[in-house]
Write a protein of this length. Structure first.
Length: 145
């Protein structure tokens, strides 16, 4: 698909392209995470860890999260059911942020390890995708952008 300058002459088409790009990259990242866990059996130790943290049905929760990462990603890329898809991912990654990453600080690599910066980026990106019109105002503005 070739994108020419005249195809993107309106703010709306540029905005749509930007959201498509962001949804596609996030969809690939999330799907690859889920597929890797599914194909390597990583959901089993994940489920054991969840059970050890006091979650009932840890294995089932881990498998459900894994399958949602795999099956929800195409919906994310296609822009379907975004508020529901994004809200579910936000809950999953916010829980992981609190339970795993917060104790390690901010940085994922470099000045630290396993911190929250990557999770924050995912959560904020998913929020922007799932709820893009949250700041839309019906009042006229004085400044045109």
């Amino acid at each position: 698909m070739e994108i020419r300058d005249q195809d993107m002459n309106t703010v709306k088409s540029k905005e749509e392209f930007s959201f498509l790009l962001l949804r596609s990259i996030l969809g690939i990242i999330i799907a690859s995470h889920g597929w890797h866990r599914l194909l390597t059996g990583g959901y089993e130790p994940f489920g054991e860890w969840l059970s050890g943290e006091g979650f009932p049905f840890g294995f089932s929760i881990a498998l459900a999260i894994t399958l949602f990462e795999v099956c929800g990603s195409p919906f994310l890329v296609m822009g379907k059911k975004l508020p529901y898809i994004c809200a579910t991912y936000i809950v999953i990654y916010l829980t992981g942020l609190v339970m795993v990453h917060l104790q390690h600080g901010w940085f994922v690599v470099g000045s630290g390890s396993n911190g929250i910066e990557y999770s924050v980026l995912l959560i904020v990106s998913l929020f922007c995708i799932g709820y893009p019109r949250i700041n839309t105002s019906t009042k006229p503005t004085l400044i045109k952008v």
